[in-house]
Design a protein around this ligand. Structure first.
Ligand SMILES: [Fe+2]
Ligand SMILES: [Fe+2]
Length: 553
């Protein structure tokens, strides 16, 4: 309502809202109606505001359910000292009112009729309100001693004239406290505020709906990435959970350099969204790299191909020796036969050892030293096989390169492709027009591969350039990956080992020492392991000798 409208209406306003104080009151209640964001609180606010505008003694407000019923949201009766408020978890224990009975509009309940017709109903005496059935009101009155008399029922219409609820005001009063009918002027004013309330309610519902839609969308992207990766599945879901656990611990901590760090509910929500989106760029990472669980894996693990080549070579060796043995037998040279048999046995044993070595190296579970790299090269040069008349080495250059990966299962070029997930994440997040309350999502999400000394990616930020939540997510991202139990090719690490690796990264100025100390002292890692990993991983952690850790003082 514009101020000019208020001025206009003021001519015929009831006495209690005519003076300047009450005009201020009207402005105040307009603000109340337009600033409350929680829809349950807003319904309560609308009822109180309209009771105040109409100077009503009692009232109730109803919302419309998906099943076309009216549900009590708030009931107030000042004379009886009654104020019942329902919310999502504990609704008011009154039966809902059907808008339709046997497929026809419910004509006996005033509130239902008001909603179905879209009209307000102003009744001077409820006991004389035919054709409406007032038996329920009469019954309650007889129990409480209350007398329901004047009654104003107004449908709540939003900006597109859609009815989203209904309000019923009971027993209007004059300035002396006498019960009077609701005047037409008052009805006009009350309807205007009802409309304002309904629009606010729609806005809050729309905002909540958009918020839920976006959060669910972020979670869906994370689920799709987790689904894409059976080996690391669950990472995108667990990182936001661990991030919030650690962020809450930093919030609760009141010692050391991070004592002043606090988070509001809105900050938590923002960080949660960032957690869900932190690896969204992995949607574009090729599956065979993301899923590369062994060194030789492409779209299948080439160790089986090498195994088959070994099998062919083994047969070739056997055939070659058998031919020589047959020839020696024919020439009746038993000593030579014995020698050939010994040589064959030695060669097959060596082949078997070499085959086993490559299988073990292929897993990528341990760091490769110079001697193992030399061994791979020796094996590559030692065996040949003939395919289509062509002599081929046992291992191709690419197979040698992959098997010679010193740590993990990715070659340098594959590592670069993997790192690109952060460029894609950045592109996706940059393209999203985040509203103000989510404006930090990008900074938080993009920080999880940064290192405090500036050697991380994608932007090479230093500690000073990163927020606490971004530095925090760098820890939770690594801890989740280290402690994960769903990687079939690796045994889940005990926490002492995970914390040791994190601690070395802290010592090397890659991760934040203060957040790491809170991670340890709050025992968030224990709670996380119990809830999301395997409690058997919880071994003894030697805090006195944990690298990178110094107690918070
Ligand atoms: Fe990442
Ligand atoms: Fe991650």
């Amino acid at each position: 309502m514009a101020p000019s409208d208020i001025k206009q209406s003021n001519i015929n306003m009831p006495q209690h809202i005519k003076d300047k104080t009450h005009l201020c009151h009207l402005v105040d209640i307009s603000i109340r109606l337009t600033t409350e964001k929680d829809s349950s609180k807003l319904l309560n606010e609308i009822l109180q505001v309209l009771m105040s505008v109409a100077n009503a003694d009692a009232g109730s407000i109803y919302s419309i359910t998906k099943d076309k019923q009216l549900k009590f949201e708030t009931v107030i009766n000042r004379t009886l000292g009654l104020h019942l408020r329902g919310d999502e978890n504990s609704p008011i224990d009154f039966p809902n009112i059907d808008l339709f009975v046997d497929g026809k509009e419910n004509e006996t309940a005033i509130v239902a009729h008001s909603v179905n017709s879209g009209k307000y109903i102003n009744i001077p005496d409820a006991y004389d309100a035919l054709p409406f059935d007032m038996s329920a009101a009469r019954n309650i009155d007889s129990l409480t001693g209350y007398r329901t008399k004047s009654m104003l029922t107004i449908p709540l219409k939003d900006h597109v004239d859609e009815i989203i609820g209904v309000i019923q005001l009971i027993n209007g009063k004059d300035e002396n406290g006498n019960i009077i009918s609701f005047s037409e002027e008052l009805v006009t004013l009350t309807r205007s505020f009802a409309s304002l309330g309904a629009i606010s309610l729609t806005n809050s519902t729309l905002i909540k709906g958009m918020e839920e839609l976006f959060t669910t969308f972020a979670e869906t992207i994370a689920m799709a990435i987790d689904e894409k990766s059976p080996h690391t599945g669950g990472h995108c879901k667990r990182v936001p959970a661990l991030t919030l656990m650690l962020a809450d611990a930093v919030h609760d901590n009141n010692k050391g350099p991070l004592a002043s760090f606090t988070m509001s509910e809105a900050d938590r929500h923002e960080l949660n969204v960032a957690g869900w989106l932190h690896d969204c760029g992995k949607i574009a990472t090729p599956d065979h790299i993301m899923e590369k669980s062994t060194k030789l894996e492409t779209i299948f693990d080439r160790i089986e191909y090498i195994d088959a080549k070994f099998e062919v070579i083994k047969r070739d060796i056997n055939i070659s020796y058998q031919q020589q043995i047959i020839s020696s037998l024919k020439q009746n040279k038993p000593i030579e036969v014995k020698q050939l048999e010994r040589l064959l046995d030695t060669e097959l044993k060596q082949l078997s050892l070499d085959r086993a070595l490559l299988k073990r190296i292929n897993v990528g579970g341990e760091f490769l030293g110079e001697s193992e790299i030399d061994e791979i090269q020796r094996i590559a040069n030692r065996y040949t096989l003939e395919i289509n008349g062509k002599t081929m080495p046992l291992l191709s250059d690419d197979e040698v390169e992959n098997l010679s990966i010193r740590r993990g299962t990715l070659t340098e070029s594959e590592r670069e492709v993997m790192k690109r997930h952060m460029d894609v994440t950045k592109n996706i997040l940059d393209a999203l027009p985040f509203p103000k309350h989510l404006s930090n999502v990008s900074e938080y999400a993009l920080g999880h591969h940064e290192k405090l000394d500036g050697t991380g990616y994608p932007r090479g930020l230093t500690k000073e350039q990163m927020s606490v939540p971004a530095r925090l997510m760098a820890i939770t991202d690594i801890f989740e990956a280290l402690s994960a139990v769903d990687r079939p090719y690796k045994k889940a690490k005990p926490v002492s080992e995970c914390l040791n690796i994190l601690g070395i990264m802290v010592r090397n100025n890659h991760l934040d020492p203060d957040i790491f100390a809170i991670f340890i002292e709050s025992e968030v890692y224990k709670k996380y392991i119990i809830e999301f990993a395997n409690p058997e991983q919880l071994d003894e952690v030697d805090l006195d000798n944990l690298p990178g850790y110094s107690p918070i003082v």
